[in-house]
Design a binder for this molecule. Structure first.
Ligand SMILES: [Cu+2]
Length: 215
């Protein structure tokens, strides 16, 4: 009887894992066409706490959001065209956590090998200033995102954040290649309260990592 009970409990747990977590996939958001270049525009933001509206289960989790039809959506699955240039504008509302690996504080794999931070071109930042990274390892794209200073006034407490709150603006472009699904992720251990900062939102699709569907 004890064995049957244990098997039943385990079966229920596996069922819950599949139904509540493994099948939980954010909806895909298409990047907007950028007609003169034949590419696409992707507008993202990072928030220190995603908020109840966008994540009732985990309102305090750190997250990326994407702009779709004028609204901020919690999704990390983006659709972009193949063999084109994707122009990314990223509003960063979170404060620094710092990178463990300084190699990732360099801009790599973008068009021209650079990005802009608040309107100024840059090729690297101080590793401890990083709040998040936008990285697509299979495409060689790594962009470190400098955080809002800890002492900044008017910080956004929970997402979705608007541009009236303290933020940094990062822009960069990268080229896509063949069709396929490419993983992207943050490499800053930004999951506060988790072991080594790498649990929770760093491991759950829809917060600090996702996919780029090149179609
Ligand atoms: Cu992050």
């Amino acid at each position: 009887m004890a064995v049957s009970a244990a098997v039943a409990v385990l079966g229920t747990l596996i069922g819950l894992y599949v139904s509540l977590w493994a099948k939980n996939f954010p909806r895909t958001v298409a990047a907007l066409a950028a007609p003169p270049t034949g590419g696409a525009n992707l507008t993202l933001e990072t928030v220190a706490a995603v908020g109840k509206k966008l994540s009732p289960q985990h309102p305090e989790w750190v997250s990326y959001l994407v702009k779709s039809n004028g609204r901020w959506i919690r999704s990390t699955v983006f659709k972009v065209p193949a063999y084109s240039v994707v122009h990314v504008t990223l509003y960063q509302f979170d404060t620094p956590t710092g990178l463990r690996n300084p190699f990732l504080s360099q801009v790599q794999g973008t068009v021209g090998g650079t990005a802009t931070l608040d309107g100024k071109a840059f090729r690297s930042i101080e590793p401890e200033e990083a709040s998040h990274t936008f990285a697509v390892p299979e495409l060689g794209v790594f962009v470190p995102l400098a955080g809002v200073p800890e002492e900044a006034k008017n910080q956004c407490e929970e997402g979705p954040c608007e541009l009236t709150s303290a933020h940094r603006t990062i822009t960069f472009s990268f080229r896509t290649g063949a069709r396929g699904r490419y993983r992207w992720q943050c490499f800053v251990p930004c999951a506060a309260g988790w072991l080594l900062g790498n649990g929770g939102p760093m491991q759950t699709l829809g917060y600090m990592d996702g996919f780029i569907d090149v179609v």
